[in-house]
Ligand binder design. Structure first.
Ligand SMILES: [Fe+2]
Ligand SMILES: [Fe+2]
Length: 166
């Protein structure tokens, strides 16, 4: 077993805490959407919250497999109030972009220290972020376009198909 050097452990812990923070942010967005009767968006954000927790779990498992007891840090409170749905979409996109920057930073540390297992693990995240930013950008564009009531209603009911093609 190759135990990671402290700098890599620190970088991975920072990222797993980002992922947990993202999970809480999506949870807050899901409840904002529920309260404002955007049920499709609420469902979508609940699913995202679950995925972000799984992402944190991937990094936690990686550390444990390499003999490290991971530290889960204090998380900032997520934003819970939004003036409109478009602001929720813009916040989600910004969150994903910040997350991508965090993953890239962690990857740079893994490269610097020639930590190949951490690099391979993080490559999954680098790829995942391409999809995450893609739905974030689509969400902002489609919410902006759905300016009339009928358009918004349609988008809320077909959100997953519209964003992920599912
Ligand atoms: Fe994530
Ligand atoms: Fe994400």
């Amino acid at each position: 077993m190759s135990t990671p050097v402290p700098a890599v452990v620190e970088a991975l812990e920072k990222q797993l805490n980002h992922e947990l923070h993202a999970a809480n942010c999506y949870l807050a967005m899901a409840y904002w959407c529920s309260v404002n009767d955007w049920d499709g968006f609420a469902k979508f954000f609940h699913k995202q919250a679950g995925e972000e927790r799984e992402h944190a779990g991937k990094v936690l498992d990686h550390l444990v497999d390499r003999g490290v007891l991971p530290r889960i840090g204090a998380l900032p409170a997520p934003r819970h109030e939004f003036p409109a749905l478009i602001e929720v979409a813009r916040t989600a996109l910004a969150l994903e972009r910040t997350n991508t920057a965090g993953i890239n930073a962690a990857y740079a540390v893994a490269v610097e220290h020639k930590d190949y297992p951490a690099q391979v693990m993080l490559q999954w995240f680098i790829n995942e972020q391409v999809e995450e930013e893609a739905w974030g950008e689509k969400m902002v564009a489609k919410v902006e376009r759905a300016s009339c009531g009928g358009g918004s209603f349609y988008l809320d009911h077909h959100l997953e198909k519209e964003l992920l093609g599912e």
